[in-house]
Design a protein around this ligand. Structure first.
Ligand code: NDP
Length: 482
């Protein structure tokens, strides 16, 4: 495939240094193509283009920007199959998942914010004979930094509201998954999107990401990634008083109460555990089950997990593809070993070598979905983010114990509760220290709702009005009649 290039001021460029990296298909181990290994120099060029494009873009009306978002959504929709194929190749996720989730959501992110802008009105406050108007201005040039698990999905989740509010952008996707961000740049070219408003700089996190966070003219940073990286981003950006949104890691609990109709709910619980090989920040990697139904749950869950079809992502029948890289496979395998050293018993799965995956070569980064029981809920395996297809099972004997176990982690991103009694589930959900809790469902996303984490899972919220707030500065204009 043709090499990927940076997208700066509406044109494709190699890195200033000419250095490149390779992007690899993790399911085959084959190099797909090269991408620029950019530096602060490339970030400076992109920022200059964004600053120059800023005045004209921010002078457009909200209606004009909404029309642009619809145009981009239309163009992405036309290319949905290409996007799904590129995403599947770059991440190793099944093509069916890439179509259903990644390609579809990238379109709906633009569509949603286009419509949301139309419905959004600002409040007016009158008091003491004066009228207060809330006025929004763009933040300016914003930096968007995104991870590899849902590459275009998460990038467009930031790009759409940033554009809607009149900002210009310097974005950096993960160097492991640059393909669909590059395709977005091509789509913007195709629809003649104004030059310099959206700029893309590829490369390594500590080089390009760090340069974006450090650049004094980039006034806001929206970052999604791991907690350790989030700490570096926060430490760099905070003294510069940049606007900062951090969407970080998770170690989410799936809580199964004693009245849960297991036959009906098992598919949802398995999906919450293993979608995208467990590489969704919202996946439930700790399954807490009432001791009264633990044995029955375990039998049904292990049976369902053992039947997940793992294999070639290009095959329509594949449910679980590879993980993101050989390095990540090694990391996940080290946690499976750690779990056993900590006293856990592997009920299904384990290392790839124990259970070779049909139809793929040894160069692919494959793992069977793995379930471990017998671990303390405070063990490292049960509290550290593995971000792979590994789930631990833990019985509890009271709701209070389940709440304490669910909250016994430094993370607080998401959780789910499964019960026949929705009022009981709703009451339980309020005790979880997380940004989102689902009752009898998972990854059910209404894009108007706040999204984000507590504790080490992040700072700030995005989604609906929260995204508009992040990507704008508010000025209160108080008008008194003379
Ligand atoms: P990383 O934190 O490693 O990377 C995220 C992004 O930050 C990448 O683009 C990376 O570049 C970049 N980066 C790395 N170092 C720096 C730096 N010093 N300054 C600025 N940017 C930098 O996360 P992963 O890509 O490994 O993604 C997995 C993590 O993302 C998991 O912890 C997961 O939970 C979290 N996540 C959170 C979500 C949420 O909404 N809360 C959603 C999805 C994932 P490069 O890849 O080139 O190193």
């Amino acid at each position: 495939m043709e090499p990927i290039l940076n997208f700066i001021n509406g044109e494709f460029h190699p890195s200033a240094s000419g250095m490149t990296l390779e992007t690899v298909n993790p399911a085959s181990g084959q190099v797909i193509t090269t991408l620029p290994r950019s530096s602060a120099e490339d970030v400076a060029m992109a920022t200059k283009a964004a600053l120059e494009a800023g005045p004209a873009w921010s002078a457009t009306t909200m209606e004009e920007r909404m029309a642009w978002l619809h145009r981009i959504a239309d163009a992405l929709e036309e290319e949905a199959e290409t996007i799904a194929q590129l995403e599947s190749m770059d991440t190793g996720k099944p093509i069916s998942l890439a179509r259903r989730v990644d390609a579809a959501r990238s379109v709906s992110n633009f569509r949603f914010f286009a419509n949301f802008g139309r419905d959004h009105t600002e409040p007016i406050f009158s008091d003491h004979g004066a009228v207060n108007h809330v006025h929004r201005s763009p933040v300016g040039c914003v930096g968007l930094i995104t991870p590899w698990n849902l590459p275009l999905y998460l990038l467009t989740w930031k790009v759409a509201p940033a554009l809607l509010m009149g900002n210009t952008i310097v974005a950096k996707p993960s160097e492991l998954t640059p393909m669909t961000a590059n395709h977005l740049a091509k789509v913007l070219t195709k629809v003649h999107f104004p030059k310099g408003v959206f700029n893309l700089v590829h490369g390594l996190g500590p080089e390009v990401g760090q340069a974006i966070v450090e650049h004094p003219d980039i006034r806001g940073i929206s970052f999604t990634g791991g907690t350790a990286t989030g700490k570096i981003v926060a430490a760099t950006a905070a003294p510069m008083f940049k606007k900062l949104s951090l969407e970080l890691g998770g170690k989410n609990a799936t809580v199964v109460l004693d009245d849960a109709p297991l036959e009906e709910m098992m598919d949802g619980i398995v999906r919450a555990s293993f979608t995208n090989s467990g590489q969704v920040c919202l996946c439930g990697s700790r399954v807490l089950v009432d001791a009264a139904i633990y044995d029955r749950f375990k039998t049904m869950f292990v049976d369902a997990v053992s039947n997940i079809v793992v294999g070639d992502p290009a095959s329509e029948s594949t449910v679980m593809g590879s993980v993101i890289s050989k390095d990540h496979q090694t990391k996940v395998e080290s946690y499976i070993e750690l779990g056993q050293q900590e006293g856990g018993v592997v009920l299904t799965g384990g290392s790839a070598t124990d259970a070779p995956v049909k139809g793929v070569t040894a160069q692919g980064a494959f793992l069977r979905p793995t379930v471990i029981e017998g671990l303390s809920h405070t063990s490292r395996t049960a509290t550290e983010e593995i971000f792979g297809p590994v789930v631990t099972l833990h019985p509890f004997t009271s709701e209070q114990e389940a709440i304490d176990m669910a909250n016994a982690t430094e993370y607080g991103l998401a959780g789910s509760v499964w019960t026949a009694d929705t009022a009981r589930g709703y009451a339980f959900a309020q005790h979880l220290d997380t940004g989102i809790v689902w009752v009898n469902t998972w990854l059910n996303r209404d894009l108007r709702t706040p999204f984000g984490g507590v504790k080490q899972s992040g700072v700030g919220r995005e989604g609906g009005a929260w995204s508009l707030n992040f990507f704008s500065e508010l000025t209160n204009i108080c008008v008194q009649q003379p």
